[in-house]
Design a protein around this ligand. Structure first.
Ligand SMILES: Nc1nc2c(c(=O)[nH]1)N[C@H]1C(S)=C(S)[C@@H](COP(=O)(O)OP(=O)(O)OC[C@H]3O[C@@H](n4cnc5c(N)ncnc54)[C@H](O)[C@@H]3O)O[C@H]1N2
Ligand code: MOO
Length: 340
């Protein structure tokens, strides 16, 4: 460390904590070790009695933690993501907009594996609101070799950045409620309002709704009609289980749709079906989606609304973290449910 005159220390890195005592008012650290001295700090330092201070000398290949944190922020944050000004070598990673949070787990692990850099996040593949906290990045030592930043650059150069928030795209949605008991007016439809509310979160309106009995041909025709009317998302409710009157999976299949999965390793939501008719996503939703606050539908829907193509493996991976604990106060998506 080098001793410099305080007036000449602007832009230099303080090598030790400086304590200030104002009798009856304040005793504590006025400037922390590692602080980059600003023009406006000089007067206060002189008033504390520091005419000379120790400063760190940065070699050419060294970076101060704050400078390094900014360089890292630029490398790791992609579309829809921003980072805050560094404080003591730490930046917060924030969603610039509401959307689907994507985190490249492999790249995250590779960066953390380098050492001297700590990158902590929430889980990806979930809805995040504007200004939502995604994670934090801290440089561990006060001074870091710039080679570390170069290593991060080379890890990310092909597959980076690590974080993106994909905006949701409102879709023209159609709803087909199945169930002879609803069709015949024995009971009131309670499924429709639940779906309407869940789609509203993604600014998606139901432009067409129909109620059909548990008849395979009628369900099939309704699906084809929705497609012909220009539906961009088709939701079919009820009749998803194994009773003789459960015709929905067979009807969706009979339209020629390709079934990505009938059955998801998620509880509740085990009987959910996901398919594409041409490129239109179709959900077959079991009764539990009407009854339970959070199900497999809530896990998959954000990805569909961000325009992601869902493949079978996306669904089979959902078993890990797929058991809802039905907490008294539901904090989804801020819990393990749906983190796969
Ligand atoms: N033997 C088995 N039984 C069940 C299984 C299973 O694997 N083996 N799975 C269970 C699971 S998990 C669920 S979830 C439900 C799936 O139910 P469905 O999608 O087949 O639902 P439905 O049989 O059509 O109806 C169940 C229940 O909900 C009422 N309902 C349905 N739609 C509406 C609506 N639009 N409005 C109001 N109420 C509605 C319906 O009247 C029934 O009471 O199956 C389990 N069984
Ligand atoms: O589709 Mo049911 O679990 O899965 O409640």
């Amino acid at each position: 460390m080098q001793v410099v005159k305080t007036e000449e220390a602007v832009g230099m890195v303080l090598g030790h904590d400086i304590t200030e005592i104002v009798p009856g008012k304040f005793k504590g650290v006025a400037f922390k070790k590692g602080h980059v001295i600003q023009e406006e700090d000089i007067e206060r330092l002189l008033r504390i009695g520091k005419e000379h201070i120790y400063i760190f000398e940065l070699k050419e290949d060294e970076l101060h933690e704050d400078e390094a944190a900014i360089a890292l922020g630029k490398l790791i944050c992609g579309e829809g993501v921003l980072f805050t000004d560094p404080k003591e070598g730490k930046i917060n990673i924030i969603a610039k907009q509401k959307g689907l949070l994507k985190i490249n787990r492999d790249l995250l692990d590779d960066v953390n594996d380098l050492g001297d850099i700590c990158l902590a996040t929430i889980h990806g593949n979930r809805l995040i609101d504007e200004d939502g906290l995604i994670g934090g990045c801290r440089v561990i030592p006060l001074i870091i070799n710039s080679e570390k930043i170069e290593s991060v650059k080379s890890i990310l150069q092909e597959k980076g950045p690590i974080f993106n928030v994909k905006p949701f795209k409102p879709l023209n949605a159609a709803l087909i409620v199945t169930g002879s008991e609803v069709y015949k007016g024995r009971i009131e439809d309670k499924f429709g309002p639940v779906i309407e509310k869940k789609l509203k979160k993604f600014d998606t309106e139901i432009f067409y709704k129909t109620i059909v009995p548990d008849e395979l041909d009628q369900i099939k025709e309704a699906v084809i009609q929705c497609k012909d009317m220009g539906a961009e998302l088709i939701v079919v409710t009820g009749g998803m289980s194994v009773d003789p009157d459960d015709k929905t999976p067979g009807a969706i299949k009979a339209t020629g749709a390709s079934i990505v999965s009938y059955g998801t390793p998620v509880l509740p939501g085990a009987m959910l079906l996901y398919a594409y008719l041409e490129d239109i996503p179709i959900f077959g939703l079991p009764g539990c989606v009407m009854f339970s606050d959070t199900t497999a539908f809530d896990i998959l829907l954000p990805r569909v609304m961000a325009g992601e193509k869902i493949v079978r493996r996306d669904i089979t991976r959902m078993g890990y973290g797929g058991q809802c604990l039905k907490c008294k106060i539901c904090t989804f998506p801020n819990c393990h449910f749906g983190k796969y």
